[in-house]
Write a protein that binds this ligand. Structure first.
Ligand SMILES: *Cc1c(COP(=O)(O)O)cnc(C)c1O
Length: 388
């Protein structure tokens, strides 16, 4: 059976040019970047080159990049790093109800440690209101953490406005940019967050690679203690080939971002139009908001999202219900619930996320498979009756 991958927000395959580069890096760049001999100096030089490339991808300086093991670590380093650095007697953090678990679970842990956390709601379209951020500010607010783009709906948040509010209030602002980086242009200077998380495997680098942007002058407490790596912000012998791969993938994305964004948004819009044309009682979650070019979240009334994932997998299509991180769990998506969907509608939702390997023919085949699977599952559904 031919298999087509439509789950790029969960992870992406390693790009051919990254794989090739990584192969030679693994055999040739084996030194410890802290060693003073030749092998160490080669590794150090490659690491710093990767840092400059990653910095240029985000439009910042190389000293502002901390390499990490991925998005989860970058989010944890930003949040725990800022909060633990503060010695104030009472500390308050503002985040949103639609964050990735890497942020939400970090906040939950900080709550157990005595930090107060405000979870902002979102509009029915899935957007955080910057005025809500302003209203939630307190004298003891230390950090605001709001994602750049949501992994389930692709909805893009107004982080430029939130950054301005944070700066005026003298509060640090972290943004989880794991879905945005590599999908839309990111310039941390003009957007203005103090900390910004990215993850390599969401844009065609291997799993286990990531980075955190830290604005000059922002002090964070490390999560990992040991050697003096990454300017004392992340101890541990550097993953030089991984950082080189992250930088190479970022370089490819940077060069192809506009063309690829346009191509994917056309394919995504075509997919939505085909499905909406052929299948009754479908809604696009977050369709009224600005979205990433590659993502669609569709709600098929009367159908279980999990059943759709299985039905489509049997036809050769990889898609997701809710976020990958909660797949297997029966709980409906916290993101869709925050947008005001009922539990039933949230569970009836499917996420399709496109990427480099997808084309028009695959999208047409996916639309066919969706309309057939929905029709079949609705026949079996005890709750579904067509509206029209
Ligand atoms: C995937 C993802 C993460 C976690 O990144 P990992 O590299 O898998 O740890 C964090 N935030 C968002 C929005 C994501 O989509």
């Amino acid at each position: 059976m031919r298999r087509f991958y439509f789950d790029h927000n969960a992870t992406t395959p390693v790009a051919p040019e990254v794989r090739e580069m990584l192969g030679s890096a693994l055999s040739e760049v084996y030194g410890n970047a802290s060693s003073i001999h030749h092998a160490g100096q080669v590794a150090k030089q490659k690491l710093e080159q990767a840092r400059r490339q990653t910095a240029s991808f985000l439009h910042c300086g190389p000293k502002e990049i901390v390499f990490t093991s991925g998005g989860t670590e970058s989010d944890n380093l930003a949040i725990f790093g800022v909060i633990r650095r503060s010695t104030a007697p009472s500390r308050h953090l503002i985040t949103s109800a639609i964050e990735h678990p890497a942020v939400l679970a970090s906040c939950a842990q900080l709550e157990r440690e005595g930090v107060e956390v405000t979870y902002l709601p979102v509009s029915p379209a899935g957007v955080v209101d910057p005025d809500d951020v302003r209203r939630a500010l307190r004298r003891d607010t230390v950090l605001i953490s709001i994602m750049h783009a949501n992994n389930e709906t692709g909805v893009v948040q107004p982080i430029g406005q939130i950054a301005r509010i944070a700066r005026e209030a003298g509060v640090l602002f972290h943004s989880d940019g794991v879905q945005a980086a590599g999908r839309v242009r990111v310039n941390v200077r003009t957007l203005g967050p103090d900390l910004y998380s990215i993850s390599g495997h969401k844009f065609y680098a291997p799993k286990g690679t990531g980075a955190l942007y830290v604005r000059p002058g922002v002090k964070i407490m490390p999560l990992l203690h040991g050697g003096r790596h990454e300017q004392d912000r992340r101890a541990g012998t550097e993953n030089v080939p991984g950082s080189m791969a992250l930088a190479a993938a970022a370089g490819w994305m940077e060069a192809h971002l506009d063309a690829e964004g346009e191509r994917l948004s056309e394919l995504r819009d075509h997919l939505e139009a085909s499905v909406l044309n052929r299948v009754p009682d479908v809604a696009v979650n977050g369709g009224a908001a600005p979205r990433l070019p590659n993502t669609t979240s569709l709600c098929f009334e009367g159908v279980e999202g999990e059943a759709m994932v299985i039905a489509l997998d049997l036809r050769g299509f990889a898609v997701s219900s809710g976020s990958a991180c909660s797949s297997g769990a029966v709980e409906p998506s916290h993101v869709l619930i925050a947008m005001g969907l009922s539990r039933e509608r949230a569970k009836a939702s499917l996420r399709i996320s496109l990427g480099r390997g997808n084309n028009r023919e695959q999208v047409d085949a996916l639309a066919d498979a969706i309309s057939q699977s929905v029709a079949h599952l609705r026949k079996l559904s005890p709750t579904y009756t067509a509206h029209a």
